[in-house]
Design a protein around this ligand. Structure first.
Ligand SMILES: CC(C)(COP(=O)(O)OP(=O)(O)OC[C@H]1O[C@@H](n2cnc3c(N)ncnc32)[C@H](O)[C@@H]1OP(=O)(O)O)[C@@H](O)C(=O)NCCC(=O)NCCS
Length: 192
């Protein structure tokens, strides 16, 4: 887990996998995760969001197939308000803060040919490692507004539902406590 100076800043390498900020958005053009809204966002909306400093897109590639967008994801800053999620924040160590710093995984999709092969899970571990290592600003949680039909995937990856109030909604608020991250056996990574 040493710092690798050859890696681009804010990137993560793990085995054959390389997660880094998208510089050339043409890599998104062949992306299809099977969800029209997500596809449209990565094809057409990610650049304007980046230009407005609202979000930042990242791409997962394999060193065996550089140029192929295995997965695309997007982040922005977030905070969890203690007032809104009183019953969710049970950790005694953080109850004294009115809000908790977080990063929101605003969009996330795995390219269809790579789905159901453990890529999404491995990528979430890389994301956790990226935000935990040398925490650039205080950031305790990863939040996600999850499609209700994908809640099971996030739960398998240690995310928890934050409230019951949205139980009938198509989108559920979920979060992962980075302090609880314990890398799986044999999970190795380098952070740039
Ligand atoms: C949801 C998604 C990111 C999962 O990535 P993936 O690489 O296919 O997932 P993995 O192979 O790592 O799956 C890990 C586990 O989660 C389960 N899982 C995968 N997708 C799931 C889903 N939609 N609902 C419930 N469980 C799911 C898998 O069966 C697997 O379970 P197992 O460990 O018991 O075998 C991917 O399928 C995708 O991009 N879907 C379309 C876009 C989307 O819905 N994005 C999420 C927006 S909130």
């Amino acid at each position: 887990m040493s710092k690798n100076m050859l890696l681009q800043r804010n990137s993560c390498k793990s085995g054959i996998w390389l997660l880094q900020k998208i510089k050339d958005h043409s890599i998104c053009s062949s992306f299809d995760c099977g969800d029209d809204d997500l596809n449209d966002y990565f094809h057409n909306e990610s650049i304007p969001h980046k230009e407005q400093l609202i979000a930042q897109s990242y791409c997962l590639q394999s060193s065996t197939q550089l140029g192929v967008p295995v997965a695309l994801l997007d982040f922005c800053n977030d905070s969890i308000s203690f007032k809104d999620y009183r019953s969710f924040i049970t950790n005694a160590d953080v109850k004294k803060y009115p809000s908790l710093p977080a990063v929101k995984l605003t969009r996330f999709g795995v390219n269809q040919p790579f789905q159901q092969h453990g890529v999404g899970t491995h990528l979430l571990n890389m994301v956790k490692a990226l935000f935990m290592t040398d925490n650039r600003t205080g950031c305790r949680w990863i939040t996600v507004d999850a499609y209700s039909h994908v809640v099971g995937f996030y739960e398998k990856n240690g995310f928890e539902l934050m409230t019951d109030k949205d139980k009938d909604n198509k989108i559920r608020a979920m979060a992962f406590d980075l302090k609880r991250f314990s890398p799986p056996p044999n999970f190795k990574f380098d952070i740039g």
